[in-house]
Design a protein around this ligand. Structure first.
Ligand SMILES: Nc1nc2c(ncn2[C@@H]2O[C@H](COP(=O)(O)OP(=O)(O)OP(=O)(O)O)[C@@H](O)[C@H]2O)c(=O)[nH]1
Ligand SMILES: [Mg+2]
Length: 297
């Protein structure tokens, strides 16, 4: 399968409320003691916003690699090893399960108090520790906040951009949270990066043709030698071309357009949905950077 994705221009999409939210975010970071950035466990660095840490300066910072239930367990371990080596705090979790998240407030309080102590501050902190949960759209911010505090305090939605206003939420253990809108924006490097964000449901589906997202996914599976059960789509093995895949899916599922032609768009939507629902297996699309023992980080 060929990599000719870069011949397609970037969509250049940037919704107005995100620009406004980006401004609010800079102000909000001034109010908090630490930040937690949610990323997608299937592509942890490609779903980050590199500006967050710069704006935060030296405040404590934690990364939560969310949707870990959909990522490859061995890849999660490789990322954990990489982060431990590089002094990054990264937790892999499924934020929909309360058991996974209940220890976080105490950890965050400790991170903030330790940082104060390290700065030589001796007076006790008499107000709650203030934490911001940040991340790109649809990454699971509201889901995490709901599990930390009262149920249904923040709106959860299957589409990007559901949360639009900021709210403070007490979560016990002397911690309060700001639920932010999907204000962080990944810096889109190239078309493949944009397609990855589309595949992970961070960009709105209307922006990218489903056939192109499906082709990108099939190309990634081949490039990274990720095995899936191709026979479920009526194929003997990995397809040589995206058209072969989409036609096979359309045939297998009887997606026929009026007039008798195969409905490859519907086939693409199905293939992408199967990935998003974890039906292709637990798949990680971005592995940690390869470290050279000779170069300093
Ligand atoms: N599989 C899985 N799905 C999750 C997880 N966390 C959240 N989701 C789902 O991801 C979707 C988006 O979750 P939200 O909590 O609305 O995401 P958000 O970051 O608040 O989204 P915006 O407000 O639109 O920026 C929902 O369908 C959640 O059920 C997780 O850990 N695993
Ligand atoms: Mg939300």
């Amino acid at each position: 399968m060929e990599d000719d994705f870069e011949r397609f221009p970037l969509t250049g999409w940037f919704p107005g409320h995100m620009f406004k939210a980006g401004k609010n975010m800079e102000a909000a970071l001034g109010l908090v003691d630490m930040a937690v950035e949610l990323v997608d466990a299937r592509a942890p660095f490609m779903t980050r916003n590199p500006d967050l840490r710069r704006i935060l300066a030296n405040k404590p910072f934690q990364i939560i690699a969310n949707k870990a239930d959909l990522a490859s367990p061995s890849a999660c371990r490789a990322w954990e090893t990489y982060c431990n080596k590089n002094g990054l705090s990264m937790y892999f979790q499924d934020s929909r399960r309360t058991a996974n998240v209940k220890n976080l407030p105490a950890l965050w309080r400790k991170m903030v108090l330790d940082a104060r102590q390290a700065r030589g501050v001796t007076r006790p902190l008499l107000r709650p520790v203030r934490v911001i949960i940040a991340g790109v759209p649809n990454i699971g911010k509201s889901t995490l906040v709901n599990h930390l505090g009262d149920k249904n305090r923040a709106q959860v939605g299957p589409k990007p951009g559901v949360t639009r206003t900021n709210q403070w939420i007490p979560i016990g253990n002397g911690v309060e949270l700001l639920d932010t809108p999907g204000i962080l924006w990944p810096k889109i490097r190239n078309k493949k990066h944009e397609l990855l964000l589309g595949l992970l449901n961070i960009l709105n589906d209307e922006l990218l043709p489903p056939e192109l997202i499906a082709e990108y996914l099939a190309w990634e599976l081949e490039r990274q030698s990720i095995p899936i059960k191709w026979d479920a789509y009526g194929l003997q093995g990995a397809p040589a071309e995206a058209t072969e895949l989409l036609e096979a899916v359309a045939k297998k599922r009887s997606f026929i357009k009026p007039g008798g032609k195969l409905d490859t768009e519907r086939a693409a939507i199905t293939f992408v949905k199967d990935f998003r629902d974890g039906k292709l297996g637990r798949i990680t699309l971005e592995m940690p950077p390869v470290e050279s023992s000779h170069t300093a980080e």
